[in-house]
Design a protein around this ligand. Structure first.
Ligand code: SF4
Ligand code: SF4
Length: 472
C-alpha cells in the first residue's frame, strides 16, 4: 500500500539524548494495568517478601506475561488501588557488575522452544507484538517475518538513539538470539538512516547478513510511519493477507539479550521526560514502578496547572491521580501547561507563534518552527466544520470525520463499512482537527465496540488489507 498522510509536529521541549540514571526510590508503585496488558492474576499476597525479578502477577489474556518485581522488598496490596507497592527495598543503588559474555550469541536453534519459554518467564516476551493487532504475540507462533525498530517518531516519547545508547553490542546479540528463535524468516531492522554510523556498526558486527534487512521509515521519517502496522504494510509483509508479523522495539531486543545472555529480567526502563515546562528535557533510566511524583520533584518550571501524560503528545493519556508509578509500557512522561484562562475564538487566531495544519494562518508564513504546546482547546467545544484535515493526514486512508458522524448517530455498521478497523491509533486526526474533536479516542473505542457488538473478533478485522487506498 502506497504511504499517504502523516504529519510531523514540531514542539518545544523534546528530550535530549542525555540519560540520567535515577537511584531506586523509597518504594515502588507498580501499576497492574497498562495500554495492552492487565495483570489480573496475582502471584503474591499482602506482606510477602519478594526478590528482584520475582513474578508478582500475570496477564492471563496475554499468554501469562508476568509482571516482574523490579526490586526486592515487602509487598503491599492495600496501599494503592490498582498497584502492587513494594516497600523496604533491598535493591542496591550500585548493582554488582554484570559478567562478561561473548560478543556473539550462540546459534541455538535447537533450544528455540526453551528459549521462548525463558523469555516469557523473565518478562522479555511482553515486547513481542503482533503487528496487526498490537497485542502480545503467541510465544508458540510462527511469524512470516519480524520487524525490529529503533525509530520512535512521536514527539516526546523515548528516542531510539537514547534506548540504544552505548548498547550496540547488546542490540546485535539480542537480534542474534532472536534469529535463533526463528527458522529462516527475515528480520527487518528499521532505522532512521541505513547508511549512518550505527547501521554500519551493526552490519559489521552481526553474525552473517542473510537473515537481516535494513530498512528506513517511508516518507522521510514522517509520523506515524514508525507504526508497526504501517511498517509491515510498507515492507509488503501483509501482501498475501493473513500473515503473522512480529514487531519488537529496540528495548525488547535489549531485554532478549538480558534474558538469554545473562539470565536476567529487565527491571529498568529508559523513558523520556519532556515538555515545555520541564526544566531539562532528557531521558531517565528508572525502575519500573518508580513514583512519578518523585521523578517530577524539582524538574519542572512550574508545579501547578500542568497535565502529566503517560507517553507522547499524540497518543499519550493523562495519568490519573490514582496511578502513581511508572508502568511497564511507559515510553515517556510528558508535561504540558494547562492554561486557566479560556481563549475565546482562539482557533481563529493562532497567531505567528503557533503552527496550524491549516495553511491559512499567519504562522504558515514563518515556515517550520518549534511551537509551545499546551492543553488549551483554543475556545469552547465545536462541531465538525468539514475542513477535511483529518482525512488528509490519516495514514490509514479512512475518513475520521465521516466515521465520527456515524458514531455520533449510533450507526455502528456504517462506521464498520468505512473500515474503522484500519485505524492505527496515531492520534493525528485529533491533533489537526480545527474543532478539537477527540477523534483518536472515538476511533479506538469504536474498534472495540465493533468487535464486541457486531461479533467480529478484533484480531480478525484487519486481516483484509486494502489493495489500494481506501480513500476515494
Ligand atoms: S483515524 Fe486513526 S489512523 Fe487515521 S489519523 Fe485518526 S488515529 Fe490516525
Ligand atoms: S478535522 Fe475536525 S473539523 Fe475538520 S473535517 Fe475532521 S473532524 Fe471535521
Amino acid at each position: 500500500m502506497k504511504p499517504r498522510g502523516g504529519y510531523n509536529v514540531n514542539p518545544i521541549g523534546g528530550p535530549s539524548l542525555d540519560i540520567e540514571k535515577l537511584a531506586p526510590p523509597k518504594m515502588l508503585c507498580i501499576p497492574l494495568s497498562s495500554k495492552h496488558l492487565t495483570f489480573s492474576e496475582l502471584s503474591v499476597a499482602d506482606g510477602d517478601t519478594v526478590t528482584c525479578g520475582q513474578t508478582l502477577a500475570v496477564d492471563p489474556e496475554s499468554f501469562s506475561v508476568p509482571l516482574i518485581a523490579s526490586c526486592g522488598g515487602v509487598v503491599s496490596l492495600t496501599k494503592l488501588d490498582g498497584h502492587i507497592v513494594i516497600e523496604n527495598l533491598s535493591c542496591p543503588s550500585d548493582p554488582a557488575p554484570t559478567p562478561e559474555v561473548p560478543l556473539h550469541a550462540p546459534y541455538d536453534a535447537g533450544h528455540a522452544a526453551e528459549n521462548r519459554q525463558k523469555l516469557l518467564e523473565l518478562g522479555a516476551w511482553r515486547f513481542v507484538s503482533n503487528a496487526r493487532t498490537h497485542k502480545v504475540a503467541d510465544p508458540e507462533g510462527k511469524p512470516s517475518a519480524v520487524i525490529v525498530s529503533i525509530v520512535h517518531l512521536e514527539p516526546f516519547v523515548a528516542h531510539g538513539g537514547a534506548i540504544c545508547k552505548d548498547k550496540v553490542d547488546e542490540l546485535v546479540r539480542g537480534m542474534e538470539h532472536l534469529q535463533s528463535l526463528l527458522e529462516y524468516q527475515t528480520i527487518h531492522l528499521v532505522m532512521p538512516d541505513v547508511k549512518n554510523a550505527l547501521a554500519q556498526k551493526i552490519q559489521e558486527t552481526i553474525r552473517g547478513h542473510a537473515w537481516l534487512k535494513l530498512s528506513e521509515v517511508p516518507l522521510q521519517m514522517r509520523y506515524p510511519f514508525d507504526n508497526q502496522t504501517l511498517l509491515a504494510r510498507h515492507l509488503g509483509l501483509f501482501d498475501k493477507g493473513g500473515e503473522t508479523v512480529w514487531y519488537i522495539p529496540a528495548a525488547g531486543v535489549l531485554a532478549f539479550d538480558n534474558a538469554l545472555s545473562y539470565g536476567q529480567p529487565t527491571t529498568t526502563s529508559r523513558i523520556s521526560l519532556a515538555g515545555p515546562v520541564v526544566k531539562e528535557p532528557k531521558h531517565l533510566e528508572v525502575k519500573i514502578g518508580h513514583p512519578i511524583a518523585d521523578i517530577l520533584d524539582g524538574r519542572l518550571n512550574r508545579d501547578q496547572d500542568v497535565r502529566v501524560i503517560n507517553g507522547g503528545i499524540l497518543t499519550g493519556v493523562q495519568i490519573p491521580a490514582e496511578q502513581t508509578g511508572v508502568g511497564v509500557e511507559c515510553s515517556g512522561i510528558t508535561v504540558l501547561e494547562t492554561p486557566t484562562v479560556r481563549e475565546m475564538f482562539g482557533w481563529l487566531r493562532p497567531g505567528a507563534d503557533r503552527r496550524s495544519f491549516s495553511k491559512c494562518f499567519l504562522s504558515a508564513l514563518k515556515g517550520t518552527f518549534k511551537e509551545n504546546l499546551s492543553t488549551s482547546l483554543r475556545g469552547e467545544g465545536r462541531p465538525c466544520v468539514s475542513c477535511g484535515h483529518c482525512v488528509e493526514v490519516c495514514p490509514a486512508g479512512i475518513m475520521p470525520n465521516l466515521i465520527h458522524k456515524y458514531l455520533f448517530s449510533d450507526e455502528l455498521e456504517l462506521a464498520q463499512k468505512l473500515r474503522t478497523d484500519l485505524c492505527v491509533e496515531c492520534g493525528l486526526c485529533s491533533y489537526v482537527c480545527l474543532s478539537k474533536i477527540d477523534l483518536y479516542d472515538q476511533m479506538a473505542r469504536a474498534k472495540v465496540q465493533i468487535a464486541e457488538e457486531l461479533g467480529q473478533p478484533e484480531d480478525q478485522q484487519v486481516t483484509e488489507e486494502p489493495e489500494t487506498e481506501v480513500l476515494v
